[in-house]
Structures are given as C-alpha cells and as structure tokens.
Design a protein around this ligand. Structure first.
Ligand SMILES: C[S@@+](CC[C@H](N)C(=O)[O-])C[C@H]1O[C@@H](n2cnc3c(N)ncnc32)[C@H](O)[C@@H]1O
Length: 222
C-alpha cells in the first residue's frame, strides 16, 4: 500500500493503534445494533457474495458467514494492518471468510462481484467520497445493495467535534446530502432511516437513543 493519501495514512495509524489497544471489540459492541439493521436490508442468502468496507475486527463477516454458506463468500477489507490481523485471527474458523489489507477504493475485485456491500462508520474518512461511491456501484451486481451507516453527520451535533478529537479529516454530510451522493453515484436510495438504540437499564438516553445512527441503503439498478 504505497502512495496512501496523507489523510488515509493518518486514519490507518489511528485505527492500527485502536486495534492494538483492544478497541476494535468495543466498536463491535457499540455498533452492533445499527450494523444488524443495515445488513438486514441486503437480503443476503445462500451463495451471496458480501463485502464489508472498513471491516474493523470483522464481526459482520462472521455474522453473515453461515447464511451465505459454502457457495457464498464474506470478504472484509481494512486499511489498518492490526485490524486485518485481528479480523483474520477471530475469523480463522470460518472457511468462507477472507480479510484483505487495502485502502478502499483500491481493491482486487472484478466489477459486479458482490450481492451486498456494507460499511459502518468508514465512508466519511475517504478523501474522495463521490469516487468511492461510484466504485461501490461498480462492485455490485445489478440489483445488489449497499448499506452504509454513519454516526458522524450533520443532524447529530454531538458528533461534530470528532475530527478534532481524533485528529483527522472527516466529511460532514447531512441526511439529504448522503442520499444525494448515493443517487449521484448511480445508487437508487431504497431506504434511509435513523437506527435508535435501546436504552440500557438505569442509563440516561443519549444521542444513540434520541438522534440515532444514519442508515442509507442504495441499490444498483437492474
Ligand atoms: C470507526 S472504524 C469502524 C470499524 C468497523 N466497521 C466497525 O463497525 O467496528 C473505521 C474502520 O475503517 C477503516 N478504514 C478507514 N479508511 C479506510 C479505507 N480507505 N479503506 C479501508 N478501510 C478503511 C479503519 O482502519 C477502521 O478499521
């Protein structure tokens, strides 16, 4: 992975460090409810080919593995070597799961490879979002779907200082702008919703309960 965009190199270093410090599993727990909601929209079945862009520790690959079966495939890609190492270690017993180190939109796949693509809390880090969405459309089979979840978006003011906290660039889009970006890339928006998390017993409601994660689902026209 030579010639990484400087902001992607910064993001790689941040999440490499998170993986080394055991924070990938915290993301798995913290993102679980909205990731499940997103994957439900993909309508995966026996034989489906599934891709998770920025897969972290690879938890969604293991979720979908049994459903896509021996004729299917669950592939994760991530730019952080320690995340890839973690995802491979946790997925070693899953024969149809594969994890690759690459900085999307760089990838080794042929056009029209995937029935369903998912990405959770990743796309706003990409320096060229329109280009990345166009590449996702290319990777989908006709009729295939892309489910994208973001917590950093205009309607969630509590997220607005995350770029400063993390020390990296992030693209702040509104709900309508996410929808428009999908459409501009040739992905028809078939669903857009806020996923609100259940309140843990005794806890005060926060933005996850009141504002929620933004899920946008796009479909490559048949
Ligand atoms: C906030 S974490 C989310 C991880 C995972 N999706 C989850 O829900 O736990 C963002 C992940 O995206 C990866 N990432 C960021 N930019 C990427 C890129 N251009 N290509 C591939 N992975 C990327 C990071 O390394 C990191 O693992």
């Amino acid at each position: 992975m030579s010639d990484l965009h400087p902001s992607t190199a910064r993001v790689r270093d941040i999440f490499d460090d998170w993986a080394r410090r055991g924070r990938a599993e915290g993301m798995e727990t913290g993102h679980g409810p909205s990731a499940r909601a997103g994957i439900e929209h993909l309508d995966l079945g026996e034989g489906s080919h599934y891709l998770d862009i920025g897969c972290g520790n690879g938890y969604t690959l293991r979720w979908v593995s049994a459903g896509v079966g021996a004729d299917g495939r669950a592939v994760g890609i991530d730019v952080a070597p320690a995340m890839v190492e973690r995802a491979r270690a946790l997925s070693s017993a899953f024969e149809n799961v594969e994890v690759l180190l690459t900085a999307f939109p760089a990838h080794p796949f042929e056009a029209g490879t995937f029935d369903g693509i998912f990405s959770m809390e990743v796309l706003y880090y990409l320096p060229d979002l329109p280009g990345a969405l166009a590449e996702i459309r290319q990777l989908l089979k006709p009729g295939g779907r892309f489910a994208c979840v973001v917590d950093y978006y205009a309607e969630n003011p509590e997220s607005h200082d995350w770029p400063e906290q993390l020390g990296c660039d992030m693209a702040l889009l509104s709900e309508a702008e996410w929808g428009a970006a999908f459409e501009a890339a040739g992905l028809e928006v078939v669903a857009q919703e806020r996923v609100r998390y259940p309140l843990a017993e005794g806890a005060e409601p926060g933005w996850k309960q009141t504002i929620g994660s933004l899920l946008t689902v796009g479909q490559r026209p048949s």
